[in-house]
Design a protein around this ligand. Structure first.
Ligand SMILES: Nc1ncnc2c1ncn2[C@@H]1O[C@H](COP(=O)(O)OP(=O)(O)OP(=O)(O)O)[C@@H](O)[C@H]1O
Ligand SMILES: [Mg+2]
Length: 315
């Protein structure tokens, strides 16, 4: 499966879409966005599978107003069921199914990459038009691998400097992991490993310098890096915007990603800070169903329709 899909591209007509929703920081709104964006897509007649891969703190069910499901990803990992579809449960919302994570899965997923690969393949094979995966916080290798499995990885950032910092770190980690997976020389792999450290021995600070250094080791790997950089197109949502200045942050992050890392980030849009979000969560009623005219719900719908746009172009 080709990675790096961007909204609006004609490249992926008539096929299933996978969106992973992540970002370094906890509490930025990933689960709220996953649940509500999924519901918006379902209202457009798209069959949606929501996957709660926040393996340490699965709570997507609460955003949908349902109790924790009896069957979880854990039953699949531990082979108590043989197909992932057996743990995909229906929800009261038409066209929306849920697959939830489990506390004990995180370690298992980190420890065994064979299991992780099997899980990723099974997710990719689920029978649904769209799969939205809530990744949870952090940038562990498992989270990065899940982020990279998608057509469109979506990062959720809030206007605080700490959240922005985490976003850059997450993007860098995901990008370098992707580069590392694409190259074959072990010397180049080691070189990429060292890049997260700003004071790396070779003083490499940006992709141009990296490509130059790799060319000296392995010409083919240098070419692979160029191709990967060209096709890595993660997406960004700025959540909890309280001002125009906050909204602008999305554009600044986009420019900085290109300038300093050579990453082509796509700014999907923003969601305003809105107390109705918290009210809806407390009532366990999804905002876009209970209060679809609220400002935050309108923003979520707008972003969801950008995602849905890729389907419209496909039919
Ligand atoms: N647009 C918004 N306006 C106001 N409050 C919001 C908005 N988005 C999220 N919140 C608040 O932020 C809280 C955290 O949201 P959510 O649980 O979706 O974050 P998360 O990124 O999934 O967190 P974690 O990484 O811990 O799983 C919510 O309980 C909600 O009250
Ligand atoms: Mg969450």
């Amino acid at each position: 499966m080709k990675k790096g899909f961007r909204v609006g591209s004609n490249q992926f007509r008539n096929r299933k879409m996978i969106w992973t929703i992540g970002g370094g920081k906890g509490g930025s709104g990933k689960s709220f966005i996953t649940a509500n964006m999924g519901i918006c897509l379902s209202k457009l007649g798209i069959r949606v599978a929501l996957i709660d891969a926040d393996l340490g703190g699965a709570n997507l069910h609460t955003f949908l107003g349902i109790s924790p499901p009896a069957f979880t990803l854990s039953d699949f990992i531990k082979k108590r069921v043989s197909h992932l579809r057996e743990v995909l449960i229906p929800t009261p919302i038409p066209n929306v199914q849920l697959l939830t994570g489990a506390q004990d899965l995180l370690n298992a997923a980190d420890a065994k990459s064979v299991q992780k690969r099997k899980l990723i393949r099974s997710i990719q094979n689920l029978d649904s038009d769209t799969i939205l995966v809530d990744l949870g916080a952090g940038n562990s290798l498992s989270v990065l691998d899940f982020f990279l499995m998608s057509d469109g990885g979506i990062l959720v950032v809030t206007p605080e400097p700490t959240s922005i910092e985490n976003t850059y770190r997450f993007l860098k980690s995901a990008f370098y992991r992707r580069l590392k997976q694409s190259v074959s020389s072990s010397e180049v792999k080691t070189l990429i490993d060292g890049l997260m450290d700003r004071k790396n021995e070779r003083g490499i600070q940006n992709p141009h310098e990296l490509i130059k250094a790799v060319k000296r080791i392995d010409e083919a790997d240098a070419q692979r890096i160029v191709e990967e950089a060209e096709t890595f197109h993660p997406n960004l949502i700025l959540n909890q915007a309280r001002s125009k200045k906050d909204i602008e942050i999305g554009f600044s992050i986009r420019s900085a990603c290109l300038k300093y890392f050579g990453i082509h980030l796509h700014y999907l849009g923003y969601i305003v800070y809105d107390q109705d979000v918290s009210h809806s969560i407390r009532r366990r009623k999804p905002l876009v169903l209970e209060n679809s005219r609220s400002r935050a719900a309108q923003c979520v719908m707008e972003i969801a329709s950008k995602l849905a746009n890729s389907y419209e172009k496909g039919v």
